[in-house]
Design a binder for this molecule. Structure first.
Ligand SMILES: [Zn+2]
Length: 96
């Protein structure tokens, strides 16, 4: 077998491997899109981030937390539930 042929076979195997991995990542990405907050800014690292509810101090995965935009900043407050969010709004006067 000539070295060229070996190279071609290696390239094909590599391409097949990339296609397979790409497909797998796409399927994985679809699962992630089910997050209701739509927060995809942090390169797929979002799912493991725990955020603290400022009302009851529960740690919540950010994907599942209720979000409230911070006034005047790019940040968000995160809550374990709508109740805590509403409580926070009534306590601080932050707008929803
Ligand atoms: Zn809470």
């Amino acid at each position: 077998m000539s070295p060229i042929k070996l190279l071609v076979i290696a390239a094909l195997l590599y391409l097949g491997y990339r296609l397979f991995i790409g497909d797998w990542n796409k399927k994985k990405g679809k699962d992630k899109e089910e997050n209701p907050s739509g927060d995809t800014q942090e390169n797929g690292q979002v799912e493991d981030v725990l955020v603290e509810d400022p009302i009851c101090h529960t740690l919540v995965p950010r994907q599942q937390a209720i979000r409230l935009k911070q006034r005047g900043t790019e940040g968000y407050y995160y809550f374990c539930s709508e109740e805590c969010c509403k409580k926070f709004v009534s306590q601080t006067g932050e707008q929803e």
